[in-house]
Structure formats: C-alpha cells, structure tokens
Design a protein around this ligand. Structure first.
Ligand SMILES: [Mn+2]
Length: 323
C-alpha cells in the first residue's frame, strides 16, 4: 500500500458521519497543524461540521498565526449522533495530551505516518512511508473530490515542508511527494511564501542567542562531536521564546566531519535538557536511553537532574563508547 491509496473504511467514515472533532499531538508542529486545518477546511467544503483541538503549546513562531483556530476545551455536545474523532499525526492516545480522557466512547479514526507499533482506532490510515501526515490528508481530499482548493493547498504545503525540512530530508524514490507538492503549487500554494512563513519572522534575540551558543561550541573526538550549552543567564537575557533549535542543530551538523551534536540547556537551578542529533551512523537514541531519555537513532532528548558541567562529563563518557 502507498499513501495514495486511502482505505475504503476511512472514506466511508468521512462520508457517513456528520461532526468531526479533529485533534493532533501535544507540542504541535507544522505537519500536525497543517493537516488538521486542511482536513477541517475540506470537511466544511463538503458540508460537514468540524472542530479543531490542540493541547498546545504553540511554541513555534510559525504556528502562532494559527493558534486561534484551535480550542483547548471541548465545548460542543459530543454526545450527539454522528460525532466522531479524528486523531492526526500521532497514533498513541497519550500524545494528544489532555484530550486523551475526553474521547469517550465515540468512534476514532487515526491518520498518521509514525510507526509507533500500537495504533488503536476504529479506522486506521497509518502509512510510515509517507514523509508527512499532510500527504495522507491530501490523498483523502483528492480521492473524495478530485482536488484540493487553494486554502487546503497552503495548509498542506506548510505541513509537508515542515516535516521534510523543505524537502531536504527526502531520499531517492520520493517522486510521489514531489508530485503531490506540484499539485499543491498548481492549486495556489506558494513555496516562496511557505518558506518565509516557516523560516522567516524570527526575532533578533533569537539570532543573538544562536550566535552566543555557536560561539561556545566545543569540538570532541576529532570534530566528530560538537557540543554546546545554554545557561540560565542566556534564558534570562534572550528569553526562552528565542530558541530556534532546528536551525541551531542544522548549522552545527553542517560542519565538515561532524557526526553528532549535543546541546545542553540549564532549564532551572538543578535540571537540564539535552538535545542530541546525529547525521547518520551514531545512535543518539541509545545514548539518550542511558540517561532515561528517549528518541530515535538520529534525534533524541534527555531531561536530567544536574548542572551543565557534570552532565557534560557524563555525556562525553557516553559518546566515548561510540565515537
Ligand atoms: Mn508529522
């Protein structure tokens, strides 16, 4: 199966029900938000009612323009007949945050591209080969009515470009994703506007913070590991909303010879978070797991008690076994 083939029972789910409660994962990203917005817009277009939910927070600056479309609380009578849930961009219920306890006994459809191994819904469209959930939503719309409209195209391109890093993360064999993007551009989505939306709009403080952190970078294991830190003083001076982790990781990983990066942030007097990224071979998920953190081979995170210097020593010890 490919993500262009929508399960028949999902099409029936949309045709036969009347009111759709659409929720994505907490700590939403552009794929989650774009998929939800496009699906909701489409459902209105075919005469259905829909409500958008998110547990937030809308921490990423590119999501701020959309925050007001999303409700934090259920304020419709969810008992009425024909009301169903759609969970997008995650397949385990704890990822939807506070809404997990509000599903009740209503039917649930899951639309996701993460392979969590435990998707539980009455109808499941789970396609781990899809680089973004937006591609699944696009397939649903195109299968049901032939084509997306301009608003849907813009939402979908926003999500697709978020999850693919503007197509940088795609490998050979990704023709279908480019073809889908081509149809979005034909329908009126602008790659130029989308790029500005995702990568523009940053504060000067966010660039100054990045400069501070980059200037503090240390090189280990012959340059294969780059490590930097963010102190409590940085957070006070530049503000937490100035963090732009994706861009910071991208800049550090672009250094020649760099295989992995570690970013230690002092979050409070006694606690740190650590962001880990790997270019390919180094399994940072395994290193995070040794600290009680989580993630996967190329991206992982840790929340740990301690101060930067102590955590740095322990991390370097962990990396010394694999570098
Ligand atoms: Mn996604």
């Amino acid at each position: 199966m490919t993500y262009t083939h929508v399960p028949e029972n999902l099409l029936a789910f949309f045709r036969d029900n009347r009111r759709f409660l659409i929720v994505g994962h907490k700590e939403p990203d552009g794929d989650c938000i774009g998929s939800q917005l496009a699906l909701s817009h489409f459902l209105s277009r075919i005469g259905k009612e829909s409500f958008l939910y998110s547990d937030g927070p809308f921490a990423r600056t590119e999501l701020r323009p959309y925050e007001d479309y999303f409700r934090r609380n259920i304020d419709v009578s969810i008992a009425s007949p024909g009301t169903v849930w759609v969970i997008i961009d995650c397949s385990t219920r704890q990822r939807i945050g506070a809404f997990e306890s509000k599903i009740g006994g209503l039917p649930v459809a899951i639309i996701d591209h993460h392979d969590s191994g435990s998707a539980s819904g009455d109808v499941v469209f789970l396609e781990p080969t899809a680089p973004a959930s937006t591609l699944l939503v696009q397939s649903i719309i195109e299968t049901m009515v032939g084509s997306v409209d301009q608003a849907e195209a813009e939402y979908l391109l926003f999500g697709l470009c978020t999850d693919t890093g503007f197509f940088r993360h795609l490998n050979e064999g990704s023709g279908p994703a480019f073809e889908a993007a081509g149809r979005l551009a034909d329908a009126g989505a602008s790659p130029k506007r989308t790029h500005q939306l995702i990568y523009g709009g940053k504060s000067l403080n966010s660039r100054l913070l990045m400069g501070t952190i980059l200037a503090r970078s240390e090189s280990y294991f012959g340059g294969r590991l780059l490590l930097s830190t963010e102190t409590l003083e940085d957070s006070v001076k530049f503000g937490l909303e100035s963090r732009d982790s994706d861009m910071l990781y991208q800049l550090l990983l672009s250094v020649e010879g760099c295989e992995a990066i570690a970013m230690i942030r002092q979050e409070s007097e006694n606690n740190c978070t650590v962001g880990l990224r790997s270019r390919s071979a180094v399994d940072v998920g395994a290193i995070a797991a040794a600290f009680g953190g989580g993630g996967h081979k190329q991206a992982a995170g840790i929340y740990v008690e301690g101060k930067i210097d102590g955590i740095k020593r322990r991390l370097l010890d962990g990396f010394s076994r694999v570098m």
